[in-house]
Design a protein around this ligand. Sequence first.
Ligand code: TYD
Length: 138
Amino acid sequence: MSIHDVKMLELPKFNDPRGNLSFVENLSQIPFEIQRTYWLFDVPGGEARGGHAYRNTAEVVIAISGSFDVVVDDGKERRTFVLNRSYYGLYIPKGLWREMINFSTNSFALEFASTHYDKNDYIRNYEEFSKMKANGEI
Ligand code: TYD
């Protein structure tokens, strides 16, 4: 997978004077079957999360509140995606390096993943990641 496979998904949004509503469903807005949902909250200013790649996990990341940046890297190119609306989701396929930075106060990141948690799915060393990418191993 390359940086060009990363997609900003515009999610359905029902504008309503009572408050707006958005939703996602498996294999529809989310391009995989959701096996796991987790979230990041109370991230202190200046902290970064998720400096790693997954061998097999695809994810969709949503800024439910506040904002943060997701830096995605395919070993050749690096791009930064700003998430600041709860009706956009960033689809990150497997095999890409990703890092989350610039969390605003009270930001809340919701993440849908295509796999159950498995620590062996992580590549946490960037050099190792870029070698694996260059060799076509991921
Ligand atoms: P980790 O994915 O390493 O966080 P980050 O990459 O953003 O720094 O997860 C931190 C801890 O949480 C780690 O000890 C494992 C645990 N964890 C789970 O148990 N289940 C999960 O679904 C996730 C994402 C993490």
